[in-house]
Design a protein around this ligand. Sequence first.
Ligand code: ASP
Length: 319
Amino acid sequence: MVRTGWLAGLPAALAPQAGWSMADAPVQLNEPLIISTWPFGKQANERALKILAEGKTPIDAVEEGIKVVESDPSIGTVGGGGAPNADGVVQLDACIMDGPGQRAGSVAGLEDIAHPISVARRVMEKTPHVLLVGAGARQFAIAEGFKPAQLLTEGQRKHWQNWKEARQRKALGITKSHDTLALLVLAPQGHVAGGCSTSGMAFKLSGRVGDSPILGSGLYVDGEVGAAGATGIGENVMRYCASYQIVEFMRQGMAPEEACKETIRRIARKDPKGFKLDINFVALNRKGQFGAAGTSAGFSFAVATPQLSKVVSVVPISE
Ligand code: ASP
């Protein structure tokens, strides 16, 4: 079945407040849908679509899409060129997950390797494990043929130097420097997959791991239901297993946007910070519905189908 029904009305429905839950979306799809966090997701989505069009797998699409952003040193929050930690070292987090068989792989605190998403995929495909961290993750990557690379750019080194000097002067505000790429794929026949990649919070303590490589927090994929991914302050996501919660709400029948919103509301009810959480989510389900919600001003996401590729702003929720 072609998605003509809701696809035809999509551009207008993409207005942030329009409530594009598309409740009557057809169940069968013969075209892919890709959704990802932030405007830099657009180039990743487009690459992922191309990979699917070449007949490759949804996991190939996730990996190759995310690699585009990891490869761009001007994007200061993902892959090479990402923000360093408090010691001036870039430590990367990533994970990948496939709906069929609930397969997953993850790396955290990975140093010197430019494509953590590819290492996460190798963990999934070549080891009996799910998550490798730090020196062990690096050792595994090298053994798998990944070449060590200099990830710290001169620009990021200067940022870090300034941050260190400000810290010594105790003039330090909260760093807002962080943005994860979470990318979700719905391929024909309802095959769902996803991945995420980040350098995490800028100037984090060495060894700090955020939500992004933690399944159920920064990403969750359920082959029967759909997928969700996160960006924002990982500590506010991982204490609530937020991506898992979004998928569970979708399983109960909520449309993706509502599932994202309801998860944020649930967190805000319990958390002393209320809605001041700086957390944002994207989600899609196997019916081809997608949505996003967040608490951060300026959050946006990218969506792509063979017919369109757009960046959509999200109005932050506060109740
Ligand atoms: N969630 C990431 C982390 O806490 C950062 C981000 O997405 O903004 O590491």
